[in-house]
Write a new protein. Structure first.
Length: 575
């Protein structure tokens, strides 16, 4: 075939191994020259030469669109062959070259037979859904005969970080995330997005949709949702941006709340004595709380506009704090900063030589100026008044209103077990910590513990109705419930939602009502029952435990009664 070839075009198309691809391209050019062939080398981002080539050889991935290349045939060289002799690699490229029609048919078939995946899972708190979705994807891949590498971006940072080799070899990238994650690594790959809940509960469908609907990622801030259908509308747009802000804000709130609680270990008045250890601990905690709203605002803006939105978002959040607009002002400033920065980034056109100034100078400057002026003269003071009215209402509401609020918040925590309703209630009560309103946080955390503990109790009260696997899941659920991880009840809810969800809501409502009735107040937003080990983290600790136990018993007993006796459970008892 070499005799029929005269001109070659080598196209470097590898974002992860660009250096290796460039070295291989140089070797192939030299090999082609030795064979008397003319050749040129470009990258996938360069302009295509205005001439016809006998063969275009892609070094790395095949691009989605071949129409921009004026060639008779095409071929691809996998970088896994980079260590072979360049002459042999070139001969293989000649032998496996195909016409555009043949190549499109091959690409279409391979898309339907995708075998290798990489995935990232990340939820707002970075605890349960992150790791449960990762495990579900791994088990689903094993069951379906796929190969997958999963990176978890949890509360303790990224684990099992995807290697460049794994990304390069992957046919499809699955982003099972409820928050915005950096996608720079996946430019040039086919990417599919869904929620962690969808990947966890409908794993096989997630793989099917990934194969059918994944789209080529051409830039890191391409449209957030590549997939279509109602299943992926769960956590997109405004809600997803808000949860991204909450995710980054949460460690600040947890650290601040626990430090303030620790300062109270030395006595209720010790923290007021300047220079004492209690005073220092309280000041550190207060500082963390001061940064809470700027973090919320900044990362809402970051989710919308990437890095250019971060500076105006952080400054807008700090202005909201100074204007006494609280977390409501932080939310407003975050969305303002994000959409203003995104607008500026798209509309401002500069010469190529000055383009680098846009994200580090022009957009942050104009975005910060715009957000600052709007916050001072338009939004800040009205939002501050609304925030003050809300604080007054919360701090002065009677017992009946408090009980109703406790019931609503705790019930919301039990409806979808870590889903959007659960997260909405949680985000609201975390924001209320800035107002020194602590009862809603206590009701929310207590309600969130009920489903998992209740399911564990049900497996204990009615052992003969559960098989061995379910009883083991109940033991794990008990520990997860104590840690304030509602998702421990998901295995039960997925199998029997019509009975599990109502019983969880009933137990959560009882717990929320009792927490409000007992006037329990919690100063830290996470930790489950283990925060009770910190003196003064919650008042009325024993009454708080009684409220959690009462709701869990309601859930456990009611589900034990309603649960249908299964044949498999009976068989397991007689084996």
């Amino acid at each position: 075939m070499m005799q029929t070839l005269k001109s070659l075009l080598f196209v470097i198309n590898s974002t992860q191994q660009y250096v290796n691809a460039s070295i291989l391209a140089k070797k192939l050019t030299q090999a082609a020259a030795k064979s008397g062939l003319e050749s040129k080398t470009i990258t996938i981002k360069d302009s295509v030469p205005n001439q016809e080539f006998d063969l275009v050889i892609f070094i790395g991935q095949l691009p989605k669109n071949l129409s921009t290349f004026n060639a008779v045939k095409f071929s691809q060289i996998d970088l896994g062959n980079a260590n072979q002799n360049a002459d042999e690699v070139l001969q293989q490229a000649f032998q496996h070259s195909k016409s555009p029609d043949e190549l499109n048919a091959t690409t279409s078939n391979s898309a339907q037979k995708a075998q290798r995946f990489v995935a990232i899972t990340a939820c707002p708190t970075g605890v349960a859904h992150t790791f449960m979705a990762a495990e579900a994807l791994q088990q689903g891949a094993d069951r379906l005969g796929y190969i997958i590498d999963v990176e978890t971006q949890g509360s303790v940072g990224a684990k099992n970080i995807l290697s460049a080799e794994a990304i390069e070899a992957a046919d499809i990238v699955i982003l099972a995330t409820d928050i915005e994650v950096n996608t720079d690594r996946f430019v040039g790959k086919r990417v599919y997005r869904c929620s962690t809940g969808f990947a966890l509960k409908q794993t096989d469908k997630a793989f099917d949709q990934a194969i059918a609907e994944a789209k080529l990622l051409e830039s890191s801030k391409q449209a957030s949702s590549n997939a279509t259908g109602s299943t992926n509308k769960e956590k997109t747009g405004i809600y997803k941006h808000l949860l991204t802000g909450v995710s980054f804000m949460l460690p600040m709130v947890v650290a601040g709340g626990l430090l303030i609680a620790l300062s109270l270990c030395f006595g209720l008045n010790a923290a007021e004595q300047s220079g004492s250890l209690a005073y220092v601990l309280k000041q550190i905690g207060v500082t963390a709380f001061t940064l809470m709203v700027p973090m919320l605002s900044g990362y809402i803006a970051y989710s919308i506009a990437d890095r250019p939105g971060l500076t105006p978002g952080l400054i807008g959040g700090l202005l909201a704090t100074q204007l006494q607009a609280g977390f409501l002002g932080g939310i407003v400033s975050g969305f303002l900063a994000g959409y203003i920065a995104l607008f500026l980034a798209k509309k401002i056109k500069l010469p190529t030589s000055l383009e680098s100034l846009k994200p580090i100078l022009i957009v942050p400057l104009l975005g910060t100026l715009s957000v600052g002026l709007i916050m001072y003269y338009v939004v800040g003071h009205p939002v501050a008044q609304i925030f003050e009215m809300m604080k007054d209402f919360l701090n002065n509401m009677g017992t009946t209103n408090a009980v109703l609020m406790g019931i609503v918040l705790a019930s919301m925590m039990c409806i979808d077990l870590g889903g959007p309703i659960n997260k909405a209630a949680y985000a609201f009560t975390v924001g209320l910590l800035t107002t020194n309103t602590y009862m809603p946080m206590a009701a929310t955390m207590a309600g969130g513990m009920v489903p998992a503990i209740g399911m564990a109790l049900a497996t204990f009260f009615a052992k003969n109705k559960f098989n061995i696997g379910e009883r083991d899941a109940g033991k794990a659920a008990f520990v997860l419930g104590l840690c304030f991880i509602s998702e421990g009840a998901i295995p039960f809810a997925a199998k029997d939602p019509m009975r599990v969800i109502p019983t969880c809501i009933a137990g959560g409502a009882v717990t929320g009502a009792l927490v409000a009735l007992f006037h329990c107040e919690l100063v830290t937003p996470h930790g489950g029952v283990f925060v009770l080990l910190i003196p003064n983290a919650i008042n009325h600790a024993w009454l708080y435990l009684i409220a959690i136990a009462a709701g869990s018993l309601v859930t456990g007993i009611s589900y034990a009664v309603l649960k249908r006796r299964e044949t498999t459970a009976l068989q397991s008892q007689t084996v």
